[in-house]
Design a protein around this ligand. Structure first.
Ligand SMILES: *Cc1c(COP(=O)(O)O)cnc(C)c1O
Length: 435
């Protein structure tokens, strides 16, 4: 059982919404920093440990700056993500470029800023060499295929489009080592995998580390390559549901250390630096989507409609994901009602919650002015970032609750002008007023 917290009460929310109307995301800076420090403390058993925050989880420069100041690097998969990481002050090898199906221009930029290129496929060795030249340090992404169980979100590794097979990856290190003879590059090598998403099981993640450590030994035995670092990827889960438990970082780090000692120390390959690419677990529980209940509808089911919709948060619609919802001011009220909590998109899967037990909600329509707030929890990762504009829906903005208790807007809500911004309307008759 975990408890869901939200750093503000109803009165504070009322005050904030005078300036920033709902819906909006809000992130808790203090809680994020404390969480980052817990992660670093647990993994300090590995001297040069670094987490490369998966930018896609929360691509806001203010958040990235906070993480950079705490010593985190970034994991990027596109040119704009590289630009964000760089602007946040992350430099060179603090940035992993874990892309797939990558255009040459993006490899070029990653190389230019000294990011670690993490190749996704054997054919990309030649592609990279031809288009950009090989870098000094190169990382390869492993797909274990049928030997590793996947999980619900990412699917089975053997059905996943990412990475090299075991046979390919050993051949690739041999090839790269040969290419790097004499004064040629590469000279330094790293290994990566990403096999799960939102996985709460500590033994599962330890098993992934063990699999990579054993592979490191095999690579060394077959090719003579000594790895400089092993990146365990992302995919550590968060307890979205009340009956789930958060991952114990200490238990996880100690478990990984134990297999490291057995396999890496044991085979004389130490030191190999340990890296992770966590996104969700870093910011997920410390961000919320705050909306207001605007309409109530009673047909075959009872519905509460919010002023946010799946364009702001699509995880429930995309994965059937559970997000806990609380009603500020009614935290301790009995859960007397059962509602589908929905948004305004013309898609019937635009539902934040289905048949959810909640206290009796008062909507703006009923109240004649402002209805109840609805706080959607665990929205701090893969939330606003997955938003979209279907149906002409404008995505909401983002606020940051600073460590001193002040509120800053770190992204404004979209306007119709943003929606039309990519169109050249200046010469299209009738549309001039939208240009
Ligand atoms: C999405 C992703 C991550 C981050 O995953 P989380 O579940 O947010 O920890 C890390 N690495 C890669 C390659 C990814 O695609």
């Amino acid at each position: 059982m975990n408890t869901k917290y939200f750093p503000l009460d109803k009165t504070e929310l009322e005050k904030i919404t005078q300036r920033y109307p709902t819906p909006f995301y809000i992130y808790d800076e203090k809680a994020i920093i404390e969480n980052v420090r817990r992660i670093k403390a647990a993994f300090s058993v590995f001297p040069s440990y670094k987490n490369h925050f998966a930018v896609k989880a929360l691509p806001n420069p203010y958040i990235l700056k906070i993480l950079a100041a705490e010593g985190f690097g970034a994991d990027c998969a596109s040119y704009p993500e590289l630009l964000l990481a760089e602007a946040a002050g992350m430099k060179g090898e603090d940035i992993m470029f874990t892309s797939n199906e990558t255009p040459a221009s993006e490899y070029n930029y990653a190389q230019k800023i000294g990011a670690v290129i993490n190749l996704d496929d054997f054919s990309h060795i030649e592609f990279l060499e031809k288009k950009c030249g090989l870098p000094e340090l190169i990382s390869l992404r492993y797909n274990p295929g049928p030997i590793k169980e996947g999980n619900a979100i990412i699917g089975k590794p053997e059905e996943a489009k990412y990475g090299f097979t075991r046979e390919q990856i050993v051949q690739a290190y041999a090839l790269l080592k040969k290419k790097g003879e004499g004064t040629s590059l590469p000279k330094r090598f790293a290994l990566h995998t990403m096999v799960a998403s939102n996985e709460l099981s500590v033994p599962y993640h330890i098993e992934t580390a063990k699999m990579l450590f054993e592979l490191a030994v095999e690579i060394n035995a077959k090719t003579g390559v000594r790895l400089e670092f092993i990146n365990l990827g992302g995919g550590v889960g968060i307890p979205y549901k009340l009956d789930q438990e958060a991952v114990d970082y200490n238990l996880l780090a100690c478990g990984i250390q134990k297999v490291y000692n057995e396999i890496i120390e044991g085979s004389g390959l130490a030191p190999i630096s340990i890296r992770t690419e966590w996104g969700r677990v870093v910011t997920g529980p410390y961000g919320w989507l705050v909306a207001r209940a605007v309409h109530k509808k009673e047909i075959y089911r009872n519905y509460i409609a919010l002023d946010a919709c799946m364009a702001d948060l699509m995880r429930p619609a995309l994965y059937g994901a559970y997000h806990h919802i609380t009603i500020p001011g009614k935290e301790n009220a009995p859960l007397d009602e059962t509602y589908d909590v929905v948004g305004s998109l013309c898609e019937n899967n635009d539902k934040f919650a289905i048949q959810r037990k909640l206290p009796k909600v008062v909507t703006s329509a009923e109240a004649g002015n402002d209805g109840d707030f609805a706080v959607i929890h665990d929205a701090g990762a893969h939330g606003r970032a997955m938003g979209f504009n279907y149906n002409g829906k404008l995505r909401c903005g983002e606020l940051l609750l600073r460590t001193d208790g002040s509120i800053v807007q770190i992204r404004r809500p979209e306007t119709p002008e943003d929606y039309f911004a990519t169109l050249d309307l200046s010469s299209l008759k009738g549309f001039e007023s939208l240009a």
